[in-house]
Design a protein around this ligand. Structure first.
Ligand SMILES: [Zn+2]
Ligand SMILES: [Zn+2]
Length: 760
């Protein structure tokens, strides 16, 4: 890019060098690089007074002086005796992209999650906002002045009148396509109106409006019970006092948490402030959105399927203060609300609140920091809180708000554990054991609906040679291939590599290749054979590829057009279907067997969450859990809906293991195409870290380096190490002491994951 093209481009050989030194400004700039400190640049004369923190600039970087886009994070006066600096070459934004408090938040994220400030900024500011995608020159139609006078003349057809009324009501030009769609007509009426000079086409620079704010019926407040009122009272206290406080709202499934959130938000909105509600991406269904839209007049939704333009438009709406409530997934925690009043994180236990690429932040921790800075409360809601949040509440760092009962006095459904080891049906190769088979039949006969949960997609999760016992793995990854019968292919669920199944074993050439285990596709087939009368719907990422298909499937289930809904954790989230009288967990062991610190916690959460899908109506409901580990603590506590018991048991185990939440962990992952070089790099870094443990840092443990649980992924070798310490600050100090001294081989890269949630 030449300097002339920029918004504030200017010629070379700046004259500012002759200016008095005290007039010179210095801009501190960060780039999209790991862990670099800000670079200092001189602000040249033509830009003086215009460069502000939060704007992007072009500046020469490195020995090659290549111009690179960076973020200005501060402007300060020139200090006497400072060495000569390179100059900023261009200013890219007329206005800052974020304000000072958001800048501070992003700086904190870089520090807390051990990555570069510039990396955080690059990830947090949506691409559409950087490119200003939301404003664009388009052809649009608008009405001519005085059109109101002809509206009621008989010369207009009903459709023409409709078109004019829409434009009048909208008060801004609309693109022809959008206009026709909203008027429910073809181009005919619009063209006629143009010919008659009642509407005109023009080129306008317009915000590309997100076309989703449809009319939603306003709903009255629901009547709250004593438990809800008490919870609300606790939450309103810090809201009214204008204080930061984190409240852990522990409410069982069906206890009416959402109504409590809505009342708390109502209070905040009445002060002219905004609220942010974070939900897991999968829960961002029309049903969820409707719940908020029916209670607040301006709701913005931020989700990952938005175009850049829609996102930019929403961002601007939010920044203008016109939005009362922002509902969105993880990244909505960065919504630029001018007067934040409250953040709510629903289903705070969901792993998707942690980002698994740089910056690897957890939305809960970012929200906590943002709420502290802006002196507003944070509500974390869950029926199965994370042990991290639970421990904080136990230590009274956060406030516990309990809602132990379901609304309308409905009981939690009874959960029966079925030991699959002695099941006669399963011994014959079926996935539905005798008890499950009978229970489904009974539920269907009584016109109840059934949900079956299985956390493995595909047809068979194992491809195996019966002669030599070799399991077939992906050629790019250290991961078992899954048989997808509908595609007649074996597929790697990590890298999507797929191929036709081999006719003979690659190790011993025997033709005895077998497909073992049951995925959702095979379960689907078995259920249809066992209950030919029932209407079955499978819900997993294979069957729900089309945008909107997930919502459509749930709608069909809600309308009673489906009897049995089966699928992966997609079906476990916040759904409320009063007619579901049976929930079956097909194989609790798949979750338990994960090589993960949180395997027990996840198992408990998933069983409790799917169990929560039943017994919500007057007909009651029950839950069956099939497992070969009926004595496992997570399974047992979940079957009794005993979160407190589970938390106590699991926290004791974690304490003995010196594991989170009692310690802070940073995992460092090394990746490279060469096994030896990657391994040696990991070992060398581990040795450096161990040697650097001096003074206060002696208490830290460095585990590894060792092969990662998945040692090969997408053709790269993977090794890892872990730094474990009492606090995040200690872990950070050790990493920072070593990080700047590292020189990595060109083909080995490392990633740092603080509070890792993903063990592979
Ligand atoms: Zn073999
Ligand atoms: Zn693979």
């Amino acid at each position: 890019m030449t300097t002339q093209q920029g918004m504030f481009g200017f010629a070379e050989t700046p004259e500012w060098q002759q200016a008095a030194q005290e007039d010179v400004q210095i801009a501190d700039v960060v780039f999209n690089l790991p862990l670099e400190r800000p670079y200092s640049y001189a602000v040249p004369e033509p830009l003086r007074g215009r460069v502000q923190a939060g704007q992007r600039v072009l500046a020469p970087l490195g020995r090659s002086n290549r111009s690179v886009v960076g973020y200005c994070v501060g402007v300060r006066p020139f200090e006497k005796g400072q060495r000569a600096l390179k100059s900023i070459t261009e200013l890219l934004d007329a206005e800052p992209l974020l304000d000072s408090s958001m800048l501070e938040l992003t700086r904190w994220i870089g520090e807390r999650y051990l990555c570069g400030w510039g990396q955080v900024l690059d990830s947090v500011i949506p691409a559409g906002v950087r490119r200003k995608s939301g404003t664009r020159e388009i052809n649009a139609l608008s009405i001519v002045e005085g059109v109101e006078d002809v509206l009621n003349t008989p010369r207009l057809t009903r459709q023409q009148k409709n078109v004019l009324e829409i434009l009048l009501k909208e008060g801004r030009p609309l693109p022809a396509a959008e206009l026709c769609e909203r008027a429910g007509c073809g181009p005919g009426p619009v063209n006629t109106l143009r010919k008659r000079g009642l509407i005109v086409a023009e080129r306008v620079r317009t915000e590309v409006a997100a076309a989703e704010q449809r009319d939603v019926e306003t709903q009255e407040d629901l009547l709250m019970n004593d438990q809800q009122l008490k919870a609300l009272e606790q939450i309103l206290r810090p809201i009214r006092a204008g204080e930061y406080e984190t409240l852990l709202l522990h409410g069982v499934t069906g206890s009416g948490k959402t109504e409590v959130y809505i009342r708390a938000i109502r209070e905040v909105v009445s002060y002219g402030r905004q609220a942010i509600v974070l939900v897991p991406e999968i829960s961002l269904t029309p049903q969820t959105i409707r719940r908020f839209r029916s209670r607040f007049s301006s709701v913005a939704v931020l989700h990952s399927h938005m175009t850049d333009a829609e996102r930019h438009w929403q961002w601007q709406q939010i920044a203008s203060g016109e939005i009362q409530v922002v509902v969105g997934a993880r990244s909505a925690v960065f919504a630029p609300t001018p007067h934040l009043g409250l953040i709510v994180i629903d289903e705070e236990h969901e792993p998707s609140f942690k980002q698994d690429s740089t910056p690897r932040y957890h939305a809960r921790e970012v929200a906590r920091k943002r709420c502290q800075d802006e002196k507003v409360p944070l509500i974390l809601g869950s029926a199965t809180p994370t042990l991290e949040s639970w421990l904080r509440a136990q230590r009274r760092l956060d406030t516990l708000v309990s809602m132990p009962h379901r609304v309308a006095g409905r009981p939690l459904p009874p959960v029966v554990i079925v030991d699959t080891r002695s099941d006669p049906r399963m011994a014959r190769g079926y996935s539905l054991g005798r008890a499950m088979f009978t229970a489904i039949g009974t539920a269907l006969k009584a016109n109840g609906q059934v949900i079956l949960f299985l956390n493995l997609r595909g047809y068979s999760p194992v491809v195996w040679c019966r002669s030599c016992g070799t399991g077939l793995k992906c050629p790019n990854c250290d991961i078992s291939m899954t048989w997808h019968r509908d595609r007649a292919a074996i597929v790697c669920h990590s890298c999507d590599y797929s191929t036709s199944p081999p006719s003979q074993c690659p190790s011993c050439q025997s033709p005895a290749i077998r497909f073992l285990g049951t995925g959702t596709q095979k379960l689907d087939e078995e259920v249809q054979k066992a209950f030919p009368e029932a209407r079955v719907l499978r819900m997993d990422s294979d069957s729900m590829k089309k945008p909107g298909s997930h919502d459509e499937a749930l709608d069909r289930f809600r309308r009673g057009e489906v009897d049995i809904l089966l699928g992966t954790q997609m079906i476990a989230k916040g759904l409320d279907f009063p007619n579901v009288t049976l929930v079956g967990v097909i194989d609790a062991d798949t979750m338990l067997r994960q090589p993960d610190l949180r395997a027990a916690e996840r198992t408990f959460q998933l069983i409790a969450q799917v169990a929560g899908r039943t017994g919500r109506g007057e007909r009651g409901g029950r839950v069956l859990v099939q497992t070969s580990s009926p004595d496992d603590k997570a399974v047992k506590f979940a079957s009794k809906h005993d979160f407190l018991g589970f938390a106590q048991h699991e926290l004791a185990e974690r304490h003995d293991a010196m594991a989170p939440p009692f310690t802070a962990v940073a995992r460092v992952i090394f990746r490279g195409p060469d096994e030896q070089r990657t391994r040696q790099t990991a070992i060398a870094v581990a040795d450096k870290l161990k040697a650097a443990r001096q003074g206060e840092l002696q208490s830290l443990r460095v585990l590894g380096a060792a092969p990662a649980p998945v040692v090969r992924l997408r053709n790269l070798w993977r090794f890892h190490l872990q730094i474990v310490g009492k606090t995040h600050e200690l872990v950070r100090q050790l990493w920072m002491a070593v990080e700047s001294t590292l020189t990595l081989p060109d083909d080995v890269e490392l990633a740092v994951d603080v509070d890792p949630m993903n063990a592979r």
